[in-house]
Write a protein that binds this ligand. Structure first.
Ligand SMILES: [Zn+2]
Length: 181
């Protein structure tokens, strides 16, 4: 039926982390990261996100006659970064940016997106929500500091360039993974 176009989004990428649980379904997968074989697991919970979005797609498809509008299901790769992209290679679009570039939100034109993330430390059975952005993102950058080296017994003889570097990044500060919800 005609109506709004909304998208449900789940990230589905894994991390180069070895799952050291004794769970029967513990990941045995390996992958390649920057030319090296690495263990892989969904340490961030993205396997649950993928399963939830598949479940939502199944349920909504079964009830599509009752839906007014269109639901787009977005399975996003590379939320945590791309395995084959150096983290400092910032001119390569990955993840959501690559999906947007490739038209994932264009046909039909998505008007709103709903996403979620499981969160350890919050009570089971509770749903916390917030409009706009939630959690944080990470950006990589390189800083080259130049100064005068000295012996450890004479720290005052060294020149330290941390203050100018810090001053040039006024908006960079540690952020909490705890969203204000
Ligand atoms: Zn995540």
């Amino acid at each position: 039926m005609p109506g709004p176009v909304v998208a449900l989004r789940a990230d589905m990428d894994a991390l180069p982390v070895e799952e050291m649980t004794d769970l029967p379904f513990a990941s045995q997968a390996t992958g390649m990261r920057l030319g090296k074989s690495v263990p892989v697991m969904h340490a961030c919970g993205h396997d649950t996100h993928t399963a939830m979005l598949l479940g939502a797609a199944k349920v909504l498809a079964e009830h599509r006659d009752h839906l007014r509008g269109t639901v787009v299901f977005l399975f996003q790769p590379a939320e945590e970064g791309a395995a084959d992209v150096d983290e400092f290679q910032t001119d390569t679009l990955i993840g959501a940016q690559a999906m947007i570039r490739d038209g994932a939100l264009d046909s039909p034109k998505v008007e709103a997106i709903f996403a979620l993330h499981v969160m350890a430390g919050y009570p089971t059975g509770h749903l916390y929500y917030k409009a706009g952005t939630v959690l944080n993102s990470s950006d990589s950058f390189r800083i080259q500091l130049k100064g005068q080296q000295t012996h450890g017994s004479r720290p005052g003889a060294a020149t330290i360039r941390l203050s100018p570097a810090r001053a040039s990044l006024p908006r960079c500060r540690p952020s909490s993974a705890d969203a204000s919800i």
